[in-house]
Design a binder for this molecule. Structure first.
Ligand SMILES: [Fe+2]
Ligand SMILES: [Fe+2]
Length: 261
C-alpha cells in the first residue's frame, strides 16, 4: 500500500484528454478556495482527495467492465462506451486533485491500487459483466448523478457549481450503460441470474451508502458538500427512483435486509 498520488506524463498523452477537459477550467479551483475559512479549506482537502480516489476507482471499474463486456460478447458500442468512460473518470480524478491542491494540498491516504474494484464472484462471462455493471453503473453512478446535481444547485460558488455540473454531465451516460446492458442481456438472464444480481445489488447499496454519507456535513457548501438533511432526502429519492425502481422493472429486487452476495 502507498500514499495516494496522481501523476501525469504530459506531452501528447496529456493532450489526448483535452477534449474531455472542456468545461473544467483547472485554474478556477484557486478562485474557489480564495474566500474560504481555514476549516472549510481543511474539509475541502479531505473531500476532494477522497473524490480523486473514488474517481480513479471508477476509472478502474470501467476498464474492468470494458474487458468483461468483450468477454461476454456484448455489442462493441457498449465496449467502446465503457472504454471512453475510463478517460472521463481520469479527468474527474484530475479535477478533484486540482481542487484538493487549491484547498491546501491532498491529504495523505493509504490506497491499495490493486483493490479499487471488487471482483465479480460469478464465473460465467455474461454474469461477470452483469455484476460489475449493476454495482458500478446501475447503483454507484445512478446514486452519484442526482447527488452531484443537487450539490451543484446548492453550491454557493459559481465556479464550483460549474465543476460539479460538468462532472454530473459526464456521469449521466455512466449511469445509463448498466440499464442498456441489462436490456440487451435480458433473454440470457434466468431466474437464478436475477436472484444473484439481486444479492449483488443489495450488498452494493449497503456498502455504498456509508461511503456516500461521508460527503455530507453540517454546512460546507463552499467546498461542494451537501448539508446532511438535503443529502439524506436526495439519497433516499435517488435510491428509490433511480436504482430500486429500474432494477425491479428488470426483475432484480433490492432486499430490505442487506446480505452478502
Ligand atoms: Fe466520475
Ligand atoms: Fe462516473
Amino acid at each position: 500500500m502507498s500514499a495516494f498520488q496522481l501523476t501525469e506524463l504530459g506531452g501528447p498523452w496529456s493532450r489526448r484528454l483535452d477534449p474531455r477537459r472542456r468545461g473544467f477550467d483547472l485554474a478556477r479551483p484557486d478562485e474557489i478556495a480564495r474566500d474560504l475559512s481555514e476549516a472549510d479549506r481543511e474539509r475541502g482537502r479531505w473531500v476532494w482527495t477522497q473524490s480523486a480516489v473514488s474517481e480513479l476507482a471508477s476509472a478502474a471499474a470501467f476498464a474492468e467492465i470494458a474487458s468483461a463486456l468483450v468477454a461476454a460478447g456484448a455489442p462493441i458500442d457498449l465496449v467502446a462506451a465503457a472504454g471512453e468512460f475510463v478517460a472521463d473518470e481520469v479527468v474527474h480524478a484530475e479535477v478533484s486533485g486540482s481542487l484538493a491542491m487549491a484547498f491546501g494540498g491532498a491529504v495523505p491516504l493509504d490506497v491499495d491500487l490493486e483493490r479499487l474494484v471488487r471482483p465479480p464472484a460469478s464465473v460465467e462471462p455474461l454474469m461477470r459483466a452483469a455484476e460489475l455493471l449493476v454495482r458500478t453503473s446501475c447503483i454507484g453512478e445512478a446514486l452519484t448523478l442526482p447527488l452531484l446535481k443537487t450539490a451543484a444547485r446548492a453550491s454557493d460558488h459559481p465556479a464550483l457549481a460549474e465543476i460539479l455540473a460538468n462532472i454530473a454531465r459526464d456521469e449521466g451516460p455512466h449511469a445509463e450503460l448498466g440499464w442498456w446492458f441489462l436490456d440487451w442481456a435480458d433473454d440470457q438472464l434466468d431466474d437464478a441470474a436475477r436472484a444473484r444480481l439481486s444479492a449483488v445489488a443489495t450488498h452494493a447499496v449497503s456498502s455504498f451508502a456509508p461511503l456516500f454519507a461521508t460527503t455530507c456535513a453540517g454546512s460546507a457548501r463552499g467546498v461542494g458538500m451537501l448539508d446532511c438533511a438535503t443529502y439524506d432526502a436526495a439519497f433516499a429519492r435517488a435510491l428509490s427512483e433511480r436504482v430500486a425502481a429500474p432494477l425491479a422493472e428488470r426483475g432484480i429486487a433490492l432486499a430490505l435486509t442487506p446480505c452478502e452476495p
